[in-house]
Design a protein around this ligand. Structure first.
Ligand code: GLC
Ligand code: GLC
Length: 807
């Protein structure tokens, strides 16, 4: 069942039924001011850091689920409704929520009164605009009251939900003509405040939650709204809010527009106040004046739309498969940009109060947005590498505001170092710019410890080389990519973190997955070394690669698939010998991409096993059979009920590895088959089962053993976005940035017969026509000339390059 449809021309998903199976959200913002917006106008805003600088309040496990937002109440002669349906839940005569790129538009109608609400964060300013236009389509004049309201968060989102003995005393606001200013803690150590402004002279306001709502009412029947009034309350402690009320008379056929703006302002220490306790509003006024007319709003909105269309045109495909095109061109790239901004911090599943930026997460995310924002990617790489330690190990996370490694989680995740090589090699391939290797980069952010970035890569390699176990395979440490495979944890204590507890440091547990990574990225590093004239060092690296490859062939192969790991007692994990967890997906993907045991047919066999044992209707499950019991020697992976999360769900992040691996061994049909199984656009028809947004990937889809088989959770902030982008563009379409030029090596399924791709690569625009006759023969012509091989030699002077590839 569908709850809306794609509008590819407008780059939008249009929700037409507000009863979506879960809140379907969107993101706004790019340079500091960020918002989440659900299809019922819920969500929250923050400045840079969703924990430390939360602007509006959101209640995560509230009833109803989606609670906290910017709410507009229309009281039309006793019929009271919201354009986004919640909180009142009045049945609407029509409803549309258009989630677009960086904006959302609601179009609703009730009793011939039409509301159009445009919401976005402008490109350059720290504010969210909500422009509401009401049109009277009836034959009578309407006298309505309109309330707009938001609820402030007391800045630190964790304190805000916990420290009530303090919180209920500190709330402070200031009110002038059409603006409520939130200035809690500004008198003391904060240098920032927020405001909720409106361009029209209001007829009343409120800033105290309990007064506005009435202590025994709810957001679904706020006293002010029900009584068509405002109490002009001034918050003093408790929960400060901001509300503006208007009495509007709208004649038949007439429209009235009110612009609401939530803004964020920082002032210098000595410029904080105008007079005793009165905040300096100069910057706020400037910001307000930029969005006080419809023309100004339209201009900013048009700039935003244009920016997105231009950005995404870096890679554009037109094929005979609409669903594939809309994912590649619009939603998959968009989701990658959102993971660039949010990492795993703030969504409807990530509370924004816990995790910062993950080392491995951020390294992988950039594979998906690198082609769009190469300069920002370079900065990001520097931030990430700066939390590496001199011995090559790394902090697992860092805080976006401070960029310092997060000591609570610490390090010891032994796959982390290698992801840096994945990131840097891909950066060089995309940009051709080797100078990044010389960028002075500190270790653990210590001043004076700066070394050229290449030394960080050396340290990464060295860490794995010097941390091997009894079988010559890399030690796993606390965990590898699978955060829940905790082989040294041995936790018996409820609530103890599987990620940080190590009750039995065996010094033995090994990871075949890291072995696959080491071989893949070790070869990559050797290529880089060769390219910069360090052939001798490259040879040494390749020797190390060979030794891990041999160890994997010897100890990491189980007969029909790759073993997952060896536990603290040197027992196999992910083998026929095990009762549960006989096969894991991760090494099948990575060892095949690394071509381990290629001549022995390992990759092909492993992928056959993946198809046979792990593939369900919605993709490839992470392991099989699910663990029925908790295994102290395996950790969190066995803690989840069967079929959920790392215990046997389709953990989408690793599915694109299987897509890519299938193209590596030439299984083009199967690669696309796996791609389709959890591609959001393909699941749109079963939204009632899948539940999350049909335009973005989710982290996990419950597996066959779960009661809610097929139900997805944790949408938006997942490495699935970048890896799928990579798989679709570089493996299926085969448009692969390489050191010497752009390689075109498509692995299209038979059902895609033609694809016309534009790709901007190092400033040159390539127009590539792929004709898939499925002959098994490859021929490329560039500007009409036949070319040998699959790489278009890069020439900076080129402008538009026409390429035709026949398959
Ligand atoms: C989550 C984490 C990621 C990890 C994965 C598997 O998505 O963000 O770092 O690799 O889970 O456990
Ligand atoms: C938990 C989650 C896992 C996630 C990790 C991040 O282990 O199950 O998916 O990656 O936390 O810390």
């Amino acid at each position: 069942m569908k709850f809306g449809h794609f509008d590819d021309k407008e780059y939008e998903y249009v929700i037409t039924n507000y009863n979506t199976p879960l809140p379907w959200i969107n993101y706004f913002g790019q340079d500091g001011f960020f918002s989440l917006m659900s299809n019922t106008c819920g969500g929250y805003m923050f400045y840079k850091d969703a924990k430390l600088r939360r602007i509006t309040r959101f209640r995560y496990n509230n009833v109803p689920r989606d609670f906290g937002g910017r709410y507009y109440y229309i009281n039309d002669n006793g019929t009271i409704w919201n354009p986004g349906f919640l909180p009142l839940k009045t049945k609407l005569d029509s409803y549309k929520c258009r989630h677009g790129l960086g904006y959302t538009i609601f179009e609703s109608e009730k009793n011939n009164l039409k509301a159009e609400l445009l919401c976005f964060v402008p490109l350059k300013d720290l504010c969210e605009i909500n422009q509401l236009t009401l049109t009277n389509n009836s034959k009578e004049t309407k006298n309505i009251t309109l309330h707009g309201v938001i609820e402030w968060c007391l800045w630190n989102a964790v304190d805000d939900q916990t420290n009530f003995q303090r919180n209920w005393n500190i709330g402070e606001v200031e009110i002038d003509d059409n603006t409520v200013y939130h200035k809690t803690e500004y008198r003391e150590r904060r240098d920032h405040y927020a405001f909720y402004h409106t361009n029209l002279k209001h007829d009343g306001f409120d800033s105290d939650l309990d007064t506005f709502i009435g202590l025994y009412n709810s957001w679904a029947d706020p006293s002010a709204v029900m009584n068509k009034t405002s109490y002009n309350s001034k918050a003093s402690g408790w929960s400060p809010i901001a509300s503006h009320m208007f009495n509007l008379t709208i004649k038949p056929g007439e429209s009235k527009t009110v612009i609401f703006q939530t803004g964020y302002v920082e002032n210098k220490e000595d410029e904080k106040f105008e007079s005793m306790h009165v905040i300096n509003k100069k910057k706020a006024y400037e910001l307000q004046e930029k969005y006080n007319t419809k023309e100004q709003v339209l201009k900013a909105f048009t700039e935003l739309k244009t920016k997105w269309v231009n950005l995404l045109s870096t890679l554009h495909v037109e094929s005979d498969n609409v669903k594939f095109d809309r994912m590649v061109n619009i939603w998959n790239q968009y989701q990658c940009m959102v993971t660039f901004n949010m990492s795993r911090s703030a969504s409807y599943y990530e509370s924004g109060t816990g995790r910062g930026m993950g080392f491995r997460d951020s390294c992988q995310d950039l594979l998906g947005f690198l082609h769009l924002i190469p300069e920002k990617t370079r900065e990001r790489i520097k931030d990430i590498a700066s939390i590496q330690f001199e011995d090559g190990s790394t902090y697992h996370q860092y805080q976006p505001l401070t960029k310092r490694g997060n000591a609570d989680i610490g390090g010891g995740f032994n796959d982390d170092p290698l992801w840096l090589i994945a990131a840097v090699s891909q950066y060089i391939k995309e940009t051709g710019d080797y100078t990044i290797l010389n960028d002075p980069t500190p270790f653990n952010n210590k001043e004076g410890s700066e070394k050229p970035l290449i030394d960080h890569l050396r340290a990464s390699m060295n860490y794995i080389i010097t941390h091997k176990g009894p079988h010559g395979l890399p030690l796993i440490g606390r965990a590898d990519w699978n955060d829940c495979l905790n082989l040294n944890c041995f936790s018996k204590t409820p609530g103890e973190s599987f990620q940080t507890a190590s009750n039995f440091e065996s010094g033995k547990a090994e990871s075949v997955f890291i072995a696959g990574m080491f071989v893949l990225y070790g070869k990559e590093f050797a290529t880089i070394l060769k390219n910069i004239g360090l052939a001798g060092e490259a040879t040494n690296i390749l020797k190390e690669v060979k030794s891990v490859e041999d160890a994997t062939i010897k100890y990491g192969w189980d007969g029909e698939w790759f073993v997952r790991a060896y536990d603290a007692f040197e027992h196999k994990v992910g083998s026929k010998e095990c009762e549960d967890g006989q096969i894991f997906v991760e090494p099948q993907g990575f060892c095949t991409m690394a071509k381990i045991g290629e001549s022995l047919g390992y990759g092909k066999k492993a992928l056959d096993s993946v198809e046979k044992l792990l593939t369900n209707d919605y993709g490839v499950e992470i392991l099989h059979p699910c663990y029925k019991e908790y295994h102290i020697e395996l950790g969190e992976v066995s803690s989840y009920p069967m079929g959920y999360k790392e215990n046997g769900s389709v953990f989408c992040h690793n599915n694109p590895w299987i897509v890519i691996a299938n193209t590596v061994v030439g299984n083009n049909e199967r690669a696309f088959d796996v791609y389709k199984r959890n591609c959001p656009a393909y699941l749109e028809e079963v939204s009632e089962i899948h539940k999350t947004e049909p335009f973005v990937y989710s982290q996990t889809i419950a597996g066959r053993d779960a009661k809610n088989y097929g139900e997805a959770k944790n949408s938006w902030l997942t490495g699935t976005a970048s890896w799928t982008m990579y798989a679709a563009s570089q493996a299926i379409l085969g448009i692969k940035p390489d050191y010497d030029g752009l390689m075109i090596d498509p692995h299209l399924p038979k059902e895609i017969k033609n694809a016309y791709v534009t790709r901007v690569f190092r400033g040159v625009k390539y127009e590539i026509t792929i004709i898939n006759n499925a002959t098994g023969k490859y021929q490329m012509t560039v500007e009409g000339k036949n070319i040998k091989g699959k790489t278009i030699p890069y020439n900076k002077a080129d402008n538009n390059v026409n390429v035709v590839v026949m398959l």
